[in-house]
Write a protein that binds this ligand. Sequence first.
Ligand code: SF4
Length: 380
Amino acid sequence: MKPIGVYIHIPFCVRKCNYCDFVSYPVVEGHVRAYSEALVGVELGDACGWLKASGRVVDTIYIGGGTPTAVPSRHLLELLRVCKNDLPLEDGAEVTVEMNPGTAGPGYVAELLGAGVNRISIGVQSFCDTTLTYLGRIHTADEARGCIKAVREMGCRNVNLDLIYGTPGESLDELLHSVAAAISLGPEHISVYGLSIPDGTRLHADLLAGRLTPVAAELQREMYEAVREALAGAGYVQYEISSWARPTFECRHNLNYWRLGEYLGLGCAASSHIDGVRRTNIADHLEYARRLSGNKMAVAEQETLTRKQRIDEAIMLGLRMREGIDLEWLLQREGYDLASERSEQIKRLLKSGLIEIEDGWLRLTDDGVLVADEVIVWLV
Ligand code: SF4
């Protein structure tokens, strides 16, 4: 049986955060109902049949958003019921739900855990109220603490906290306070992302209007190094550029992405990667629901990856992980000998201490991680 991950997109949020360009929409009862009926009743139903017929076994499910827990629990419970009963689900599969503080109380969490969820990823972003307000989050730091404690008390044994660094106005001390607060709550996994300010967001409008000064690159780098040191000091192992975990608690769903495994994306804007073909659904949630309820496909784009695209992805995603790229695996998979194809660049990167090669694995060094994007440009 071939393993595959399943991603399910729930595109609803209580309010749009100031930095967000994810596909998310306001919670409108009728829209949630129509979306849920199309997702669970049509797309997921079809997927269950296809997965079984194709001999795949689902080893991870990731319900992300948006904010999945912004919708009434009955929608997620129905989704989880169909997943449990009809998907070819591996015993012990990792089943993650993303939630945000301020959207789900202990009762909601208990229902999710009872329905088979075994990992909860909480979007905390910061434990500093000024930063949370600046980012447009709907919760305070105390509410985030309360949410994490409730998730624990309800019995969840695998918790991730997301943090953001590099918010304009945030000092290094404030960031370290947030990291220390996260560590003190004992999650199994912590993800820390640098703030990006994409086009079309409120922060981007502020940037264009000169009301926002981005954090200087040097300070961003200092912050990243300080985060890395604090998390390592607390026993978290970095396994990817933005991800740290207690041993054995790495996110299996994300590892599958980075190792170029197969995944099936369900819901609006969700992407799939199956048999070398990448397919993405339309982003508009209402059009998605209309199409599926009218027995039409909701696919917006589909492309068969070329060999060059597959090699570039293997290099880009492989370098994100601290384990790096297995050179023999790449040779077997694509017939591509990276060490000889990029021998000059590799020599220089080795000399400058940005990469290392050990037992056939090429990976970024601690210094290389700080300039990962530049190293990737050299190697693709
Ligand atoms: S909660 Fe997440 S998905 Fe929703 S608006 Fe905020 S950043 Fe975007």
